[in-house]
Structures are given as C-alpha cells and as structure tokens.
Design a protein around this ligand. Structure first.
Ligand SMILES: NC(=O)C1=CN([C@@H]2O[C@H](COP(=O)(O)OP(=O)(O)OC[C@H]3O[C@@H](n4cnc5c(N)ncnc54)[C@H](OP(=O)(O)O)[C@@H]3O)[C@@H](O)[C@H]2O)C=CC1
Ligand SMILES: N[C@@H](CC=O)C(=O)O
Ligand code: NA
Length: 414
C-alpha cells in the first residue's frame, strides 16, 4: 500500500479550495494528513479516515425520467457495490431506511408508490446527517427541477452530505445561493457535483473546471447547449424552405424526454441561459457577473407572447400549432439565404457578453452539417488551445445520458 504525506495549507480562496478538495477526493492512495489549520469537524472526520473502500449512502429525490433511469443504473452497478440507496422520494411520497432500502431492479417504484409519508427536506437532512461517519459518505442526489430542493443544498452540505444533481436551479439563480453552496462545501468538506447540468452526461463542467484549475485562460465558450433546441432545429431547419411543422418537432422532442418538465423553459431560452450562467460562474473573472443568474443573460425567447402564461406543458403543446405559420416564415427566409437556424449560446470572457440567441448559419457550417438528434456541441477557446478550440460533442439530453452523468459524479466520490 502506497502512503503519501499530504500537507494541508490554509485555504486561500474558494477556487483554490475547490481544486484542492478535488485533489483530496481523487486520491486513491491511503492518505496520512498533517493538519496545519483549524478544520470543521466533519472535514476532519472525512480526512482522518484511512479506509480505502468507502461505503456510500445515497438518498434519491426525484424519480421521474432521469431519476428512474438513475436508480436503474445504480441498481445495475456491478457487485460488490459501494452504494446503498437509503431514501427514495417523489413529490408525493418518501421512503427511508438507514441500512438501505430492499429495492429490486425493475420493481422498486411499487414500494415508493405504496408509501404514505411525504418528503420533508428538514427530516431528510437530519436523518442523513446521522449517517455521516468516517469511511461512509452520504449523498443527496437531486433529480428534480425543484427550487425548494435546490435551496436546501447549503443545509445538506453543511451537515456533511454531498450533493449530486442535474438540477440547474441552484447554480443558475441568485448569486447569493451559489455563494452559500460554495461556503457550505468548503466548511464541511462535502462536495457538490453537477456535471449533468450542462450537456447532460457530456464532460462540459469538468472540462471547464480542469482548464481553469490548471491555469489555462478561457477566452470564449460557444455552441449549441440545448438538446431540445438542437433536436428541433436539426429536424425543422435543414436548408429547405419547407418541412415538418415546428409544433410537431417540439412535441417529438418532449416525447423523447429532451425537454424540461415544462417545454416552454427550453423554448424561451431560459435553459440555455441557465447553462451559460453555470459555466460563467466557473470562470473566476465572470463568477460574480450575473448577480441574478440566468435572468441577467441576454436571451431571445421563441415562445409566442400568447403562450407565455400556459401553466402546464400539456396546455403549451396543445396550443403551439396555432403559431406554426410564424416559424414556417423564419425557416423559409433563412433557406432563401442558403442558411439554417440554430439556437446557440456564447460566453465572451473579455467583453463579458453572455447571450443565448437564434442565429443563422450557412448550410455548409459544422452546426448545419455535423449535428443530429439532441447533439450539443461546445467549443472552448483558450490560450493553450489557440486557434483550434477544444470541442465536446454528443447527445446533450435524454434520460440515459443524463443519468450516466449523475452516476459518473457519484463514482467520483469513491
Ligand atoms: N431530461 C433531460 O434530458 C435532462 C434533464 N436534466 C434535469 O434533470 C432534472 C429531472 O428532469 P426529468 O427527469 O426530465 O424531470 P421529471 O419531471 O420527469 O421528474 C422530476 C421528478 O422530480 C419529482 N419532484 C418534483 N418536485 C419535487 C419535490 N419538491 N420533492 C420531491 N420530488 C419532487 C417529481 O415527482 P412526481 O413524479 O411526484 O411529480 C418527479 O419524480 C431536471 O432538473 C432537468 O432540468 C438535466 C439534463 C438533461
Ligand atoms: N431540456 C434540456 C435538458 C438538458 O439539460 C435540454 O434540452 O438540453
Ligand atoms: Na455535462
């Protein structure tokens, strides 16, 4: 067994702290620590552990499209698995068993449906914090799009409970919540991992954090950030003047599980604006640039004014065909110029311009020729990569790839 002596220095900044905490948790060696400053008791308990194989208690909140697929992937994890699911919750019911729920692959939803208790985030925090011990990690996996669950991350983190999530709300809303999350994570040593909030399972957040942590200078990030918008325009705007109706491709995108619970959150550009906010906050010079989060991003909405008040996704989808004529016209206009329509996002670091917009591209442009399905394509322009940006491309929405991103975050804890 290898041994390393690790000197822990005072954490000088949030950024250094996060990079440092990653280094600690990525280490697979047995660690011995010399502590040089006062540590939060949970952080100390975590660091004092000399156990190599950690056990991980997982509480899953949200078992919809992504959540159900995540549970299935977790239950299929090769044995012996370090993970045990101690809690499952939907918006209507919750289950908790500190030693692990007896879940059967393919049949576990029945147990949750039969439960009569509703989720209390306060109770869950208390129950999970009792499981935090040296050598056993506890993780809240939030697979909802709930603001309430997102607002509770600081409490979970302060209690030493790690948070893993594809939910964008906490990282793309008010800056104050984001800062509380960073502070709580530094205080207790519990981590928050949110790879699936941008590009689903594609390595976007981790790539950006690696570029920044290794000292590269990111100058611009641009691309197609929405799986829904990508699917819609890949199908709808191919360079021809006509084709399927706009409302029909939106309906299919929803059926394929690409859209947010309310599809208007994709079509109004908010989902892309949230992703741009999440990435901007990983870049030191932009971290505080969007105090109100995604609402500060310059965003073009594709939602007709008459549908802005549609309260449910079903109502929105039902009325969208009334507006097909408008979308037909913008497709035909673009085709006449030899162009296609694509919904793109840009973060220009020097000018601090962050925007989400519908743009036209020539039919020969890579955004027209190389994208299919729900593909995202994200280009990182940096000093080290020079004139040829680092590009990540692949499916950017859908339950399987999103749950994979969540599970891969979970694996980073062990
Ligand atoms: N779909 C995709 O391709 C991607 C999704 N994401 C993100 O993943 C998250 C989940 O998306 P998706 O699975 O499609 O959404 P769904 O609407 O299918 O599922 C959401 C789940 O959350 C539950 N829920 C909602 N509010 C609460 C609450 N307050 N307490 C407990 N449970 C709650 C719902 O319960 P109930 O069933 O009782 O209503 C449901 O189980 C979202 O944040 C989304 O943005 C990220 C990347 C890609
Ligand atoms: N609705 C989102 C899902 C992933 O974040 C999208 O379409 O990209
Ligand atoms: Na990702």
């Amino acid at each position: 067994m290898h041994e390393r002596l690790l000197m822990i220095r005072p954490i000088l900044s949030l950024h250094t702290g996060l990079a440092f905490s990653s280094a600690v948790f990525c280490a697979t060696y047995r660690l011995r620590y010399t502590v040089k400053h006062t540590l939060h008791p949970l952080r100390f308990a975590r660091m004092s552990s000399t156990s190599v194989t950690r056990s991980v208690s997982v509480a899953v909140v949200g078992v919809g499209l992504v959540g159900a697929e995540f549970v299935q992937q977790l239950l299929s994890f090769p044995s012996p698995s370090p993970f045990r699911i101690v809690s499952l919750s939907s918006s209507k019911a919750t289950l908790f068993a500190p030693s692990g729920l007896p879940l059967v692959s393919g049949d576990w939803k029945k147990s949750l449906d039969a439960a009569e208790t509703r989720l209390s985030l306060l109770d869950l925090t208390r129950e999970l914090s009792a499981l935090v011990k040296p050598g056993s990690d506890v993780v809240l996996v939030d697979n909802t799009s709930s603001e309430d669950v997102a607002a509770s991350y600081p409490s979970f983190l302060r209690a030493g409970i790690n948070v893993i999530t594809p939910n964008k709300k906490a990282f793309s809303g008010e800056l104050s919540l984001y800062e509380q999350i960073l502070a709580a994570s530094l205080e207790s040593g519990a981590r928050f991992l949110n790879e699936s909030t941008v590009g689903a399972g594609l390595p976007i957040v981790s790539t950006l954090k690696d570029l920044v942590a290794t000292g590269d200078k990111v100058t611009k990030i641009e691309g197609v950030f929405s799986g829904t918008m990508s699917y819609i325009f890949n199908e709808f705007s191919t360079g021809e003047a006509d084709g399927p109706t706009f409302s029909s491709v939106v309906k299919i995108a929803r059926e394929k599980g690409y859209t947010e619970p309310h599809p208007a959150d994709d079509l109004n550009g908010a989902d892309v604006a949230r992703k741009l906010t999440i990435l901007s906050r990983c870049i030191p010079s932009l971290r505080t640039s969007l105090p109100s989060g995604y609402k500060s991003v310059q965003t073009t909405s594709l939602v007709p004014a008459e549908l802005e008040s549609a309260s449910t996704g079903d109502a929105f989808i039902a009325r969208l065909p009334e507006f097909d004529g408008h979308y037909d016209k913008i497709r035909a206009d673009a085709a006449q110029e030899g162009q296609v329509l694509r919904y793109v996002g840009v973060i220009d670091v020097a000018s601090k311009l962050i925007k989400a917009d519908l743009e036209k591209y020539p039919v020969s442009h890579p955004f027209a020729t190389s994208l299919g399905g729900s593909d995202n394509i994200i280009m990182f322009h940096t000093q080290r990569y020079g004139a040829r940006p680092l590009i990540v491309q692949g499916a950017g929405a859908g339950a399987a790839v999103t749950a994979m991103g969540v599970l891969s975050d979970l694996l980073k804890l062990v």
